[in-house]
Design a binder for this molecule. Structure first.
Ligand code: NAD
Ligand code: DAU
Length: 339
């Protein structure tokens, strides 16, 4: 089986490559990534020593390069994760989001169709559904109502994949997952930013009233769901993926949990101006994937958070290197006018 993982040097992509190498010893894996600011070859470095894992530095928007790769390799299965993934960056500038997330997906679909890829899994997000009030859940049938440029670009890419399924009888599924956390998470996102800032004794910039709710899923649980969808999911179907009831938490409580685990004072919390159009609550109903494919989350939130905190404590050089580079100018721009 020849498998392509796009976005393989990013957070979820790298965790997926680790899982596939562990759980599918006969698969030959091509790990593709452009290595943007968010991609880090160290995330999969040790795996590249294996003969059956190779790395390709390719831009998914480069139709010629992608076409060549697909016609040469004749992949059986594609996991498509490459994307611009950070909401705050999409608010500062959205062109790259449309380019990578929409055009890049379409380029991959064209190449996959032409080279007769058997199965394609498009990794999307619950953010395409927009924002919930204090009750209710996102279902696969919930209308798309994205509020950020990031979410809009992901919704557009989902629709392109589903249109290929209808028009070309293409064998693809779309997955929509809640917020992930775990090792190799880039420290611009809430959990790794707050863990590393707290470890450095820096302030934790909590947006708005801190009561926006996210539903968290440990990244390995997400990757296991993706494998199930790849192997047993149905063409043209959307699968919601999400955490357990214990994982639906206001940002304030996640922040308290991080500070408590690190033995740090709550005085480090700094309330700052809110994210524009900040989605109030995400909560997903994942009963379809549970009933059809037998998947459910297995890592309790607190256990996953302890493992994650321990990983950032043991891998200080990984995140210190990131935070000392170009990341600093992004950080200053994003947090400059929040008060
Ligand atoms: P990430 O930002 O950590 O990784 C994205 C990877 O894509 C990076 O390695 C980057 O170098 C690569 N990339 C970007 N542009 C590229 C291009 N033009 N060509 C090739 N590679 C390119 O993101 P992530 O958090 O790992 O998310 C992966 C996917 O999962 C995304 O599609 C995202 O929308 C989706 N998702 C993420 C979450 C989450 O909580 N992180 C939840 C649900 C869905
Ligand atoms: O729901 C899935 C989505 O989860 C994915 O599609 C995205 O790729 C991923 O980035 C994530 O989006 P969020 O916007 O929910 O994640 P983020 O970590 O940026 O923010 C989580 C919550 O924390 C959100 O309510 C905003 C808040 N926040 C975030 C940052 C970076 C803060 O209060 N302060 C911060 O500094």
């Amino acid at each position: 089986m020849k498998v392509l993982v796009t976005g393989a040097a990013g957070f979820i992509g790298s965790n997926l490559v680790h899982l596939l190498v562990r759980e599918r010893p006969n698969w030959k894996i091509t790990a593709l990534d452009l290595l943007t600011y968010a991609g880090n070859l160290k995330n999969i470095g040790s795996l590249l020593e294996e003969e059956r894992v190779s790395f390709a530095r390719v831009d998914i928007t480069d139709a010629a390069a992608i076409g060549d790769l697909f016609s040469r390799e004749k992949f059986d299965l594609v996991f498509h994760l490459a994307a611009e993934s950070h909401v705050d960056r999409s608010i500062m500038s959205s062109l790259e989001f449309v380019n990578t997330n929409v055009l890049g997906t379409q380029v991959l679909l064209d190449a996959a169709l032409k080279s007769k890829v058997e199965r394609f899994v498009h990794i999307s997000t619950d953010e395409v559904y927009g924002s919930l009030g204090s009750t209710g859940y996102f279902y696969e049938t919930t209308p798309l109502d994205p509020t950020s440029p990031y979410a809009a670009s992901k919704a557009a890419s989902d629709l392109m994949v589903l249109a290929f399924c209808k028009t070309h009888k293409f064998n693809a599924s779309v997955t929509r997952c809640t917020n992930n956390f775990g090792p190799y998470h880039f420290p611009e996102k809430l959990i790794p930013l707050f863990i590393t800032n707290a470890m450095e004794g820096k302030k934790l910039p909590l947006y708005g009233d801190g009561m926006n709710v996210r539903s968290w899923l440990y990244v390995t649980d997400h990757c296991e769901a993706l494998l199930r969808v790849a192997e047993r999911g149905r063409a043209g179907e959307v699968y919601n993926i999400g955490g357990g009831a214990d994982a639906e938490l206001p940002n304030r409580d996640v922040t308290f949990a991080i500070l408590d685990m690190l033995g740090k004072s709550r005085d480090l919390i700094q309330p700052v101006g809110d994210r524009p159009a900040h989605d109030r609550r995400y909560a997903i109903d994942h009963s379809k994937i549970t009933q059809e494919l037998g998947w459910q989350p297995s890592t309790p939130f607190r256990k996953g958070l302890e493992t994650t905190v321990a990983w950032y404590q043991s891998n200080r050089s990984w995140w210190e290197e990131i935070k000392s580079g170009a990341y600093r100018s992004y950080y200053e721009r994003n947090y400059a006018n929040r008060g």
